[in-house]
Write a protein that binds this ligand. Structure first.
Ligand code: FAD
Length: 627
């Protein structure tokens, strides 16, 4: 076995991940831990300042309820999420986040985030729930607060350590193991409680950007399903694993469309000029009651555009030029003011990308796009797993203690594995929390985890013989490379190992062709899912043969292994749910209609730690009384 040092870290609370939810958890947990003399340790695979989905920055905070100013209520937010997810949401969790999210946003402002204000000093909204921000340094600001809180409480932040597996004592999580992506160090974290906040997953499906464009995707390439893998491997019940997210974005560089639709009031059209949201409105009747709600659910908006492309009306375009001209039109009688407004809008258009998706600005420049002169192509991206956004996949977690929710087994956001909490993209069925809501949820879980430790925390019992086995398994790819790489003239062709990139292509091919990726027009069926699972079983056999040349490739190996579990949970859940509920995200082509009578329920699944078998189950929907 590779001769790596084993570093043991003892802590009370272990926070896995360093993104928005983990930073929220750290900030809150450290506050309570300090009072109780407990230690909080946060571990991120990257550098906290620029890790996770918000690494590049964002131009809007997508969840702000505005309770203080009477703009909306938490109940309004429940209604919004309920319709957008076609009736499938954990209303207790959505409510809990919605009632706390505003205070999180106020903290962001206190910490130095610039939120746009109008002349009257009120926040500038992009849409009903969204606030405009100067967000290039959004993540840096939120990370700084987490760092300060942990430092003040005498805790520890460990960067560039990739968390692989949970450590379990029966059904209780007692820590985690991982490895440094820079040094020859294998980490063992022993903890009384653990929070999984390692984001969602990308590159499970083959991306549109392949070849020279590989690495570009809407969802950041850094998150590879670690939260899902970690909770699945802990034996925790998972939910909504079928509810992937497919955003429609500017094509090939995945630039955001929110500002265009909401702020600039732009239209999306087909190649022949038809506004598919208008032309295909009648189709929405087939998906009522959700199809008739405003705003129209994200998947249905996608679906109407997809119907156009299926009928040869693609490419689809964002009417940027029309939108800019419409706004500037109010100054048409004053040429100087008109010119000034056009310049201002043009720079806002570019800044929207420079704030968060710089590659889109580069692509526009490379393709001579002038948004004020000509429209730009948009397309449905490949599927992602992002339970905090408009998807819903994640762990099944306990609801808030003060609500009459039937889904409650003690501490807020604790999974069905004791002492293991899940947040952000890691917790399921509570979509539309976005950056601010993920942070708020992290705070909720951070506080609950400290409460759990105070009330029930015991010294973690870690089986070090088991840890040694895990160490050997996790470092095996380095051994395979060392042992066999000199046996062939081309190191990439070897009968004793395959490299992570080769493995990834196989996984993506299976998902793309059998589980409803881009190539199959997002369509799948019972038979396709079953065949996909057969191929997945073979792929899993080869997973043990992945070789790694260095630290970086070792990380790629384990990212792949983690993606496989996310992928399998996804196929199994699509197979189990015998209906099409989210057209525009995926179609069960053999069950093309929504079936409320049988399937207005959560689909949950659980991986058995002893047998490796999956159990699939239905869970009832609970609606908040009076909402
Ligand atoms: C393209 C895009 C645009 C978005 N736009 C907006 C917007 O405009 N407004 C808004 O409010 N929200 C937006 N969101 C949503 C927001 O970014 C997410 O809701 C939020 O980041 C989720 O928080 P999280 O903690 O679950 O994941 P992340 O913030 O992504 O954090 C995941 C963390 O886990 C770490 N990690 C991953 N794997 C491991 C591992 N194995 N070991 C250790 N650490 C690991 C990562 O390094 C990272 O620190 C957007 C998301 C995307 C992808």
């Amino acid at each position: 076995m590779a001769n790596w040092e084993t570093v043991v870290v003892n802590t009370d609370l272990l926070i896995c991940g360093g993104g928005f939810s983990a930073c929220g958890a750290a900030t809150e947990a450290a506050y309570w831990a300090k009072k109780k003399g407990l230690k909080v340790t946060l571990v991120d695979k990257a550098a906290l300042d620029r890790s996770g989905a918000v690494a590049m920055g964002l131009s809007a905070i997508n969840q702000y309820v505005g309770i203080k100013d009477g703009e909306n209520t938490a109940e309004d937010y429940i209604r919004y999420v309920r319709s957008d997810l076609m009736g499938i949401s954990r209303e207790d969790l959505v409510y809990n986040i919605a009632r706390h999210v505003d205070s999180t946003v106020h903290l962001f402002e206190k910490w130095g985030l610039k939120i746009w204000k109008d002349e009257a000093g009120k926040y500038v909204h992009e849409g009903r729930w969204q606030l405009m921000i100067n967000g290039e340094s959004y993540k840096v600001i939120i990370a700084e607060a987490a760092k300060n809180a942990i430092a003040a409480a005498g805790g520890e932040i460990i960067e560039r350590v990739f968390i692989v597996d949970p450590l379990m004592d029966g059904n209780k999580c007692v820590g985690a193991v991982g490895f440094s992506t820079r040094e020859n160090k294998f980490y063992v974290f022993k903890a009384k409680a653990v929070i999984a906040g390692m984001g969602g997953a990308v590159h499970v499906f083959r991306p549109r950007s392949v070849g020279e464009g590989f690495g570009r995707s809407w969802y950041p390439p850094f998150n590879s399903g670690s939260s899902a893998y970690f909770t699945i491997k802990a034996g925790a019940e998972m939910t909504c694993q079928e509810v992937r997210f497919i955003p429609v974005r500017f094509k090939d560089a995945y630039g955001p469309v929110g500002a265009w639709f909401l702020l600039f009031k732009s239209r999306a059209i087909s190649a022949t000029g038809g506004d598919y949201m208008v032309v295909r409105k009648a189709e929405l009747e087939n998906w009522k009651p959700y199809g008739l709600v405003k705003p129209i659910p994200a998947n249905l908006r996608n679906y109407l555009g997809m119907l156009d492309t299926e009928q040869g009306l693609g490419p689809l375009y964002m009417e940027t030029d029309e939108a800019i001209k419409n706004i500037a039109a109010q100054f048409k009688d004053d040429p100087k003011a008109f010119k000034k407004k056009m310049k201002e809008l043009e720079s806002e258009a570019w800044e929207d990308f420079l704030d968060m998706t710089i590659s889109q600005a580069i692509l526009w420049a490379a393709q001579n796009v002038k948004p004020e002169e000509k429209h730009s192509e948009i397309a449905a991206c490949e599927p992602y797993f992002i339970g905090s956004h408009s998807g819903a996949s994640g762990a099944w977690v306990s609801g808030p203690e003060d609500l009459p929710t039937p889904y409650k087994w003690g501490y807020a956001n604790m999974t069905t594995a004791e002492a293991l909490f899940a947040v952000g993209d890691g917790s399921g069925a509570s979509s539309h929390k976005f950056s601010s809501g993920s942070h708020a949820e992290g705070r909720i879980a951070g506080k609950a985890a400290i409460k759990y430790i105070v009330e029930k925390g015991k010294e973690p019992k870690v089986d070090m013989a088991e840890v040694e086995k895990l160490k050997a398994k996790i470092l095996l790819p380095l051994d395979l490379w060392d042992k066999h790489s000199k046996e062939t003239t081309d190191v990439e062709i070897n009968t004793n190992y395959l490299l992570p990139r080769q493995f990834l292509h196989r996984l993506q091919k299976i998902m793309d062709e059998y589980a409803g990726g881009v190539i199959s027009g997002f369509k799948t069926s019972k038979s396709l899912c079953e065949r996909g699972l057969e191929l997945m079983a073979l792929l899993k056999q080869d997973a043990e043969k992945m070789g790694a040349r260095n630290h970086h490739e070792l990380m790629r190996v384990w990212e792949n292994n983690q993606r496989v579990y996310q992928a399998e949970a996804h196929i199994r859940s699509i197979l189990f749910r015998e209906e099409t509920r989210w057209p525009g995200y995926y179609f069960r082509a053999d069950k093309p209609k929504m079936d409320d009578a049988n399937w207005k329920c959560f689909v949950n699944c659980q991986w058995d730690r002893k047998t490796g078998e999956w159990k699939m189950m239905k869970k009832d929907i609970w609606t908040m009384p009076g909402v």
